[in-house]
Write a protein that binds this ligand. Structure first.
Ligand SMILES: NC(=O)c1ccc[n+]([C@@H]2O[C@H](COP(=O)([O-])OP(=O)(O)OC[C@H]3O[C@@H](n4cnc5c(N)ncnc54)[C@H](OP(=O)(O)O)[C@@H]3O)[C@@H](O)[C@H]2O)c1
Length: 316
């Protein structure tokens, strides 16, 4: 392919300001893999990035999108990859150490939505929160991309999993991912409800922040860990240190992208572990929201309006 289409960010703005343009395909440099993209994962942080609200601010113009699946242009092998940006395009040059053979259990659409959220949740639950079999895990926004992967990995690790979500349809979705119990966290009494029903929880997986984070300390068990994954609610919360002291609890920061940058072998190690769970049939990878490539702005608007179910993917 000599030229290819991609969605460009020319200035910080809303999804509707993205421009569908074309670019010259340049040959892969040593250490790069050229991929013909069949599907691209949509992440909440894509929205933050195009608005200029994310930690990483590439120079203009840039193509957003951190994960793709498709075929290698040079060998024809099915692959999926993690990239800092460039995913919302028909072609990408990905770093060879961030490209993996697509597991046979996954379609291209599933593979495009796999890497960021399943690797993040593995990192959060295994590496940072050290979830153990038999513990109780509370997953906030269980029907989000990060949430559904946390439910599935939590179950695979032997935890009892409670998931929160804002609508009946989303709570049904959490149950379909394997959650043992679902809770409507738009009712501020949810933490008391969790305490009354379960006594408390050992680990909280929190991609939401705001009130969800604050109230989690009401139902965390002694020795519990609240894993800080993100702030989809838009509010970065604070915590008084005495609340941690009184319960011997921990608030655990979890920034997967940063960990991967400093530990280059971690991606491959995690993928090996996740391949094992895929082979055992423990990960469903439900892509609840699929969009044609031409509808990228609409897809990002749906992220903004919390309409994504499970994971969102652009299909090329
Ligand atoms: N730490 C890391 O390494 C890492 C890695 C990946 C992602 N993240 C972060 O994790 C968070 C979730 O990412 P994701 O891709 O899973 O997102 P997503 O699939 O778009 O889901 C976000 C969910 O957050 C909930 N939410 C609550 N308040 C919201 C609001 N005001 N606007 C939008 N959503 C709201 C919604 O669930 P309900 O409707 O059920 O409330 C929504 O489904 C983001 O902040 C992202 O940046 C962090």
């Amino acid at each position: 392919m000599s030229r290819y289409r991609a969605w460009f960010v020319d200035q910080w703005g809303e999804p509707e300001t993205l421009r569908l343009g074309d670019a010259q395909a340049v040959p892969a440099a040593p250490g790069e893999v050229p991929i013909r993209v069949h599907a691209a994962g949509i992440n909440f942080f894509d929205l933050l990035q195009i608005r200029g609200q994310y930690q990483i601010k590439p120079p203009f113009p840039f193509v957003p999108g951190a994960e793709v699946a498709g075929v290698r242009e040079d060998t024809g092998e099915r692959v999926f990859a993690f990239a800092s940006q460039g995913g919302y395009g028909e072609r990408i040059l990905a770093s060879a150490n961030r490209v993996f053979p697509t597991p046979p259990q996954l379609s291209d659409v599933q593979a495009a939505g796999f890497l960021v959220v399943y690797h993040t949740s593995w990192f959060v639950l295994v590496e940072r929160a050290q979830l153990r079999a038999g513990e109780t895990l509370l997953v906030h926004a269980g029907a989000s991309g990060t949430g559904m992967s946390a439910i599935e990995i939590g179950k695979a690790l032997g935890a009892r999993v409670i998931a929160t979500a804002s609508s009946e349809a989303k709570r049904e979705f959490c149950l379909s991912c394997g959650a043992d119990r679902v809770i409507d966290y738009t009712n501020p009494a949810w933490a008391d409800q969790v305490k009354a029903e379960f006594g408390g929880v050992d680990v909280v997986y929190d991609p939401v922040g705001g009130d969800a984070f604050d109230l989690s300390f009401k139902c965390i068990n002694p020795g519990g860990r609240v894993a800080i994954v993100g702030f989809a609610s838009g509010r970065i919360p604070s915590i008084a240190a005495n609340r941690l002291l009184l319960k011997n609890a921990s608030a655990v920061g979890c920034f997967w992208g940063n960990h991967v940058m400093h530990h280059p072998s971690y991606l491959a190690e995690t993928q090996t572990a996740l391949n094992g769970l895929l082979a055992e049939g423990k990960l469903k990878v439900q892509i609840g929201s699929q969009y044609p490539f031409a509808d990228a702005p609409r897809a990002l608007r749906d992220v903004d309006q919390r309409k994504i179910l499970g994971k969102g993917v652009l299909v090329l």
